[in-house]
Ligand binder design. Structure first.
Ligand SMILES: [Zn+2]
Length: 196
């Protein structure tokens, strides 16, 4: 007989708090891996093969760090060309990962046409902020539309309708005390300006 349909149940990663299937798009997939192997092996069958073979592990690590650096945007190097094992990410004892890059929140005003303007916010997820939650709060606070969208580098960002780039820094630091003002940057006329 046919199998009963399973109720849909979302498994949240306890490392990055994204649904487990999105970990690979999350801020630090490497940190999630051990947890995923334990708790969601079906979602990432490759991880198990990867961890059972040192050679494959190395290759995967290289691929992974390429993926991380290109996803980070600005400082991305062209991928694939250099076989040198340049580690972007340092592995600390206990499997902890140390990133060279400091996490940042980038706020940019984008004018779609003369009257329409949106403010994009990138990087809140680096500080453990849930983007869907943040977008709701922003929409409510500024009484406007806000949504989580995929940016050009496939990273998720929040788009808020209207120009809120001046009020938003205070709102972020008040709402999410984990985000220091010094980590917030505004893009103004193509220049990156610290909000602090
Ligand atoms: Zn995760």
């Amino acid at each position: 007989m046919a199998e009963k349909p399973q109720p849909v149940r979302v498994l949240y990663c306890q490392v990055c708090s994204l649904p487990a299937e999105y970990c690979e798009f999350g801020p630090d997939f490497k940190k999630c891996k051990p947890w995923l192997i334990q708790n969601a092996p079906d979602l990432y069958p490759d991880l198990i093969n990867e961890s059972s073979s040192n050679e494959a592990d190395k290759v995967a690590d290289q691929l992974q760090s390429t993926a991380i650096s290109s996803a980070a945007g600005d400082t991305a190097t062209p991928s694939g060309s250099t076989p040198a094992p340049q580690e972007e990410v340092k592995r600390l004892p206990g499997g902890k990962i140390k990133k060279k890059e400091k996490p940042e929140v980038i706020i940019e005003k984008v004018t779609r046409n003369k009257r329409k303007c949106i403010t994009t916010i990138k990087g809140l997820d680096h500080f453990g902020v849930k983007l869907t939650d943040a977008s709701k709060k922003l929409g409510k606070k500024f009484a406007t539309g806000a949504s989580v969208v995929k940016g050009p580098t496939e990273k998720e960002q929040i788009d808020v309708q209207g120009d809120i780039s001046y009020d938003i820094v205070d709102f972020i630091t008040e709402t999410w005390p984990d985000v220091p003002e010094t980590a917030i940057y505004l893009i103004e006329d193509g220049k990156k300006v610290s909000a602090a």
